[in-house]
Design a protein around this ligand. Structure first.
Ligand code: HEM
Length: 142
């Protein structure tokens, strides 16, 4: 992952600002993904996918907490996400194109929460981080 020292600083600062709302942010991002990109629903046939459902909230927490964990291990994101990478590739068979859809949603949700504080440079740092996560989660998919 090519995160510069400046990216890391921005990333840590931005994450710090939303750290009290991570669960909500995860849920909002998932809600948005299911609304804007309905094909992503096919992976969750067993969920109640109505907007704001308990299933979405609970799953949003899991996703946000995994990102939080990765962010706290920026020098070993691959190792930190190894089990999730296996799960998404071998068990869930999530086509990597879907990670990019979720990333778009995270940006909108973060911008909505942070408004002017979500500067272009912060956006770029978060994008690099999420892209690296997506690459790791999708790299075993064949
Ligand atoms: C499950 C993280 C993207 C589909 C999970 C779990 C986590 C997670 C932490 C729970 C694992 C467990 O319970 O052991 C992430 C992260 C993502 C991401 C960090 C990207 C930033 C996606 C995308 C899709 C997807 C884009 C499909 C559109 C699933 C499915 C499950 C799952 C179907 C299983 C849900 C269940 O049955 O409980 N993911 N995920 N994930 N993920 Fe992802």
């Amino acid at each position: 992952m090519v995160l510069t020292a400046e990216d890391r600083k921005l990333l840590t600062a931005i994450w710090g600002k939303v750290s009290g709302h991570l669960d909500e942010i995860g849920g909002d991002a998932l809600n948005r993904m299911f609304m804007c990109f309905p094909s992503t629903k096919t992976y969750f046939p067993h969920f109640d996918l109505s907007p704001g459902s308990k299933d979405i909230q609970v799953h949003g927490q899991k996703v946000a907490r995994a990102l939080d964990m990765a962010l706290h291990h920026l020098d070993n994101v691959r190792g930190t996400l190894a089990d999730l990478s296996d799960l998404h590739a071998y068990n869930l068979r999530v086509d990597p194109v879907n990670f990019k859809l979720l990333i778009k949603c995270f940006h909108v949700v973060l911008a909505t929460h942070l408004r002017g504080e979500y500067t272009c440079l912060a956006h770029r740092a978060v994008d690099k981080f999420l892209f690296a996560v997506a690459e790791i989660l999708g790299e075993k998919y064949r």
